[in-house]
Design a protein around this ligand. Structure first.
Ligand code: V0V
Ligand code: CO
Length: 143
């Protein structure tokens, strides 16, 4: 069902500072930046590696509201790994299959994600404490 790790999401307090650190220390490059009002984040995808299909990324997430998922996470845990995003070819099919295993879905329907992807989250209380995201990348030419 999963095709690869699409991205690892990391909660940060200051997006620009963290981008600069990843660029300088690890030599990563920014592929895209976006403000996602619905998710309450200002985020950047940093390209890690070429993979077929798609790529893999580090997603840096700065909250735009204290009461957002990332804002609450930062207050509780400080900066660090927030979620793992797995690539899927068919996010709706994957959601139905996973729900059929008794895993609670945060999103019953896909939402808008970075770089035009369709994304959906699974509840961390049913996934061993790891907030898990399904990512169906935008098809070429759809953005
Ligand atoms: C919360 N919990 C986590 C967690 N966030 N556990 C592991 N990893 C996380 N990231 C735990 C928390 O410690 C609590 O455990 C419990 O879940 C309830 O947390 P809460 O914050 O008090 O309560 P809720 O229900 O308001 O929020 C939890 C959920 C929320 C997971 C429902 O964070 C959510 O909707 N997340 C999905 C959306 C999201 O994260 N968006 C930002 C990334 P105890 O204390 O009860 O044991 S946006 C993104 O990735 C994009 C756009 C993209 O990739 O393109
Ligand atoms: Co994400």
């Amino acid at each position: 069902m999963f095709t690869r790790i699409d991205h690892v999401g990391i909660a940060v307090r200051d997006l620009d500072t963290s981008i600069a650190w990843y660029e300088t220390t690890f030599g990563l490059t920014v592929a895209a930046r976006e403000v996602n009002e619905e998710q309450g984040v200002r985020e950047a995808m940093l390209f890690v590696a070429e993979a077929a299909p798609g790529g893999s990324y580090v997603q840096l997430l700065e909250p735009i509201r204290d009461d957002s998922p990332v804002g609450k996470f930062l207050a509780r845990n400080g900066e660090g790994v927030h979620h793992v995003g797995y690539g899927v070819d068919d996010v709706e099919g994957a959601l139905a299959a996973i729900a059929g295993q008794g895993v609670r879905l945060v999103d019953k329907r896909p939402r808008h994600g970075s770089m035009g992807a369709s994304i959906a989250f699974l509840h961390p209380k049913d996934t061993g404490g790891v907030l898990t995201e399904l990512v169906q990348q935008a098809s070429p030419g759809a953005m």
